[in-house]
Design a protein. Structure first.
Length: 203
């Protein structure tokens, strides 16, 4: 289960300064430099997306990228009454389909979201930076000031222009292309039984 969670979401953890010290103005967070999609439309963004590729320098992917499985997400069409965006992730582990349920808080701007991991006070920033809603979406994630990029698509095949757009974003972030990992185009699952649901959204 931990390997699933480690592969699917990133976390941000900050230690506060000791009391009695003047707190200097914190440096700008890297994710703040990423612009969100203009006029982001949640209704158009909702639905099923296939994870095509991830660009990340995280050690987990460097060591375990050979374990990548076909992965999809399903984005809710509307925020909850608490202004949270439900997202479910589906992937296999040891041949069994798992569903990971999460709820992202809408940040101050449309297209920007914040996930707080249950019980640990850890945070994940997510920005929908570029999407045409009908074929592809490029999302940025941040943990511990490390930014990663994910390419999603409405189908498990994308054209070369979209791949080029994604790889250009990777280059602009100064991530070496050796750290781009493309996911399998097979082995997807759409549902999980009640014993294989990880509900990170539960209180």
């Amino acid at each position: 289960m931990r390997s699933v969670v480690g592969l699917l979401f990133l976390i941000l953890f900050q230690l506060p300064n000791s009391q009695g010290q003047r707190r200097p103005k914190p440096p700008e967070s890297p994710i703040e430099k990423i612009e969100e999609q203009d006029n982001f439309n949640l209704n158009q963004f909702a639905g099923k997306w296939f994870l095509i590729g991830v660009a990340s320098e995280c050690n987990y992917l460097k060591e375990y990228n050979f374990q990548l499985e076909g992965t999809t997400i399903v984005v809710s069409q509307a925020l909850t009454p608490e202004k949270k965006l439900p997202i479910s992730t589906f992937r296999k582990l040891d041949g069994i389909c798992w569903e990971i349920k999460q709820e992202y808080n809408q940040d101050r701007m449309l297209g920007r979201f914040l996930l707080t991991a249950r019980g640990y006070g850890r945070k994940l920033n997510m920005v929908v930076a570029n999407t045409d809603y009908s074929s592809y979406a490029i999302l940025y994630y941040q943990k511990q000031k490390m930014v990663s990029i994910k390419l999603y698509a409405r189908s498990n095949n994308v054209n070369d222009d979209i791949i080029t757009k994604f790889e250009n974003c990777v280059s602009e972030l100064n991530i070496n292309k050796d750290f781009i990992y493309y996911f399998p185009k097979y082995g997807f699952c759409d549902s999980a039984d009640q014993f294989h649901i990880l509900n990170e959204a539960a209180n």
